[in-house]
Design a binder for this molecule. Structure first.
Ligand SMILES: Nc1ncnc2c1ncn2[C@@H]1O[C@H](COP(=O)(O)OP(=O)(O)OP(=O)(O)O)[C@@H](O)[C@H]1O
Ligand SMILES: [Mg+2]
Length: 361
């Protein structure tokens, strides 16, 4: 009987034959790079490669060089490099020694059980363990996504952090630092990461684009930056999805992948509002609605586009944003109808109309 041609075989035989053609694509030498998500493939290994938040990263670099790391909390929005920088810091502190890293770093994230028992046993056990480290270096407990730890577990850490502080240091990463109890905050240096700027996202994307030989247009790049809103992970994922799906990164393709209203269309609608052209504005809205976008998608794109329309004066932008903000609030409360959006659009039109037209006697 013929052996089934399973691509699971680790070593692909060099023998020529029908199987090799099909296999070579998925299991050939390029397979690992081909299949790895780019966010992981291009996760920075050293603090030098982490873009943005320059001042904070500089501080971390000094810590990595000199050792004696304080307890730290790194907080900020998703996908801006918190986990990455803690891992880089740990690696650099221990001089890139993999064996030492395994011994001296305890990494726990939200997928691990981190209740009070784990704090009592695993973390305490790790803190008590003896590891030979160079002078000025400490064992490191990384608690990623620490805002999901129960307050009981956080309470249990308080004394542990103090008692073993001469051998063990803690690094917390979280989205909301206020979910970390006050006593822990007071024991740590708090580093806040800001969202990445458009220029920083573009810089990193261009590096990846060059590395992966992606074909792109400038509006494609702009679309990636626009839709990511400072979230590097999102930007890289969208780049990869667009490239994999369409083979070319253009603005239109990106918005198809992201599945959010095209800002050009939204911009046209807002322009009509600014010119007081009610019918045109409502028609554009209707068009977006018929394309199947939810009111949440539409209103949040309206908000982002308003911020970037160059022709709108600063005060007009503020008026628009206020109105859009109120509607957004109502939509979040659950009133997600076309009527709600139409009301918003019409009120935006009214802002620039002659008030006399609305006077009643
Ligand atoms: N500042 C950055 N510089 C370079 N790449 C980055 C940066 N921030 C994020 N990335 C990319 O995004 C991926 C995810 O980043 P990371 O895991 O550090 O996010 P995070 O801030 O921990 O987010 P979360 O709050 O969701 O855990 C990384 O693998 C990397 O490819
Ligand atoms: Mg993280």
């Amino acid at each position: 009987m013929k052996k089934p041609k399973m691509p699971a075989a680790k070593a692909v035989p060099e023998t020529p034959g029908e199987s090799s053609t099909a296999l070579s694509k998925s299991v050939g030498k390029g397979d690992a790079t081909y299949e790895l998500p780019w966010v992981e493939k291009y996760r920075p290994k050293f603090l030098d490669d982490v873009v943005g938040n320059t001042e904070t990263i500089e501080r971390l670099k000094i810590i990595a060089r000199d050792g004696n790391m304080p307890h730290v909390i790194i907080s900020g929005m998703p996908g801006i490099g918190k986990t990455t920088s803690v891992l880089c810091l740990a690696r650099q502190l221990l001089g890139g020694d993999e064996k030492l890293y395994k011994e001296a770093v305890l990494e726990l994230n939200a997928s691990d059980e981190r209740g009070i028992d784990v704090v009592r046993q695993r973390i305490k056990g790790f803190a008590q363990k003896k590891v030979n480290l160079p002078l000025g270096r400490h064992k490191l407990v990384i608690l990623d996504e620490a805002d999901s730890m129960t307050s009981g577990a956080q309470q249990a850490l308080r004394r542990t952090m103090e008692i073993y502080s001469n051998t063990t240091r803690f690094a917390f990463a979280c989205n909301q630092s206020n979910k970390i109890i006050e006593p822990l905050q007071s024991r740590c240096a708090i580093l806040r990461y800001a969202k990445l700027t458009d220029a920083q996202v573009v810089k990193r994307l261009l590096q990846i684009i060059a590395e992966e030989k992606v074909e792109y247009s400038d509006d494609g790049l702009a679309a990636l930056v626009f839709s990511a809103e400072g979230d590097m992970r999102q930007a890289i994922n969208n780049l990869q999805s667009t490239w994999a799906g369409f083979g070319f990164v253009s603005g239109d393709n990106v918005f198809k992948v992201v599945d959010s209203p095209h800002p050009i269309k939204v911009q046209a609608m807002l322009k009509a509002c600014y010119e007081g052209n009610v019918d045109a504005a409502l028609d554009s809205l209707r068009e977006l609605w018929d394309l199947g976008y939810s009111s949440h998608d539409i209103i949040s794109t309206m908000f982002r586009v308003t911020k970037t329309i160059p022709t709108l004066s600063e005060s007009a932008k503020l008026d628009f944003i206020k109105e859009i903000g109120f509607t957004h609030m109502k939509i979040l409360e659950g009133v997600q109808t076309l009527l709600q959006l139409s009301g918003c659009v019409v009120r935006l039109c009214k802002l620039n109309m002659d008030p006399k037209k609305f006077q009643t006697k």
